[in-house]
Design a binder for this molecule. Structure first.
Ligand SMILES: [Zn+2]
Length: 198
């Protein structure tokens, strides 16, 4: 019997050492940036209460517009090593206490301070951002994992957003029926975005 032997030749990484470090540790930036922008919004109030909103919807898109990014990536071998690293999981897990700290700070601010109406609007947009980014997006990631404690963390995040039905509906409804009329989270054929949203 003839057998074909494939010699695996490791790819050579194109990235510099510095770029590799950035490629890895850029995922840590939300752990610093998120509390910082929330703290600025909740603590300084006034027009600063809109800081988180302006940062996320103004500053970040502008940076993405200016810096086009790079297509360079880890090689398959490097990626396999990175995948085994618990560091990436810890970054995701840290978002659970972070979301609850932000929620506590928000509730404390609205119950103990005399706020102008626009300050309330400002810090509520900040809290809404945290709920969207952490309470739903990170929960989505953890909700797709198979380990029970990761699914529990997903539910904790969804609870902070009053959105726990997502855990069942998204995994057993949306992903099962996506792009069919059975999925309410899929737009109808040729439906405009605004019509779908309404
Ligand atoms: Zn999904």
């Amino acid at each position: 019997m003839n057998t074909i032997q494939i010699n695996h030749v490791p790819q050579k990484s194109e990235m510099t050492k510095l770029h590799k470090l950035w490629r890895r540790y850029k995922y840590f930036t939300p752990v610093i940036v998120l509390p910082a922008i929330m703290f600025i919004s909740f603590y300084y109030l006034g027009y600063w209460s809109f800081f988180a909103f302006v940062f996320v919807y103004g500053f970040i898109p502008t940076m993405e517009f200016i810096f086009t990014g790079t297509a360079e990536n880890f090689t398959a071998e490097e990626e396999a090593v990175e995948r085994q690293d618990i560091y990436y999981d810890l970054v995701i897990y840290s978002m659970v206490p972070l979301q609850y700290i932000i929620l506590g700070l928000y509730l404390w601010t609205i119950t103990t301070k005399q706020l102008q109406w626009y300050e309330l609007v400002g810090i509520t947009t900040a809290m809404g951002l945290a709920c969207g980014a952490l309470g739903i997006n990170v929960a989505h990631e953890l909700g797709h994992r198979t380990k029970k404690y990761e699914q529990f963390m997903s539910k904790l995040l969804l609870m902070s957003t009053l959105y726990m039905h997502f855990f069942i509906e998204h995994n057993r409804g949306h992903h099962k029926n996506v792009s069919t009329p059975l999925d309410p989270a899929t737009s109808r054929l040729n439906e405009t975005f605004l019509y779908f949203l309404a």
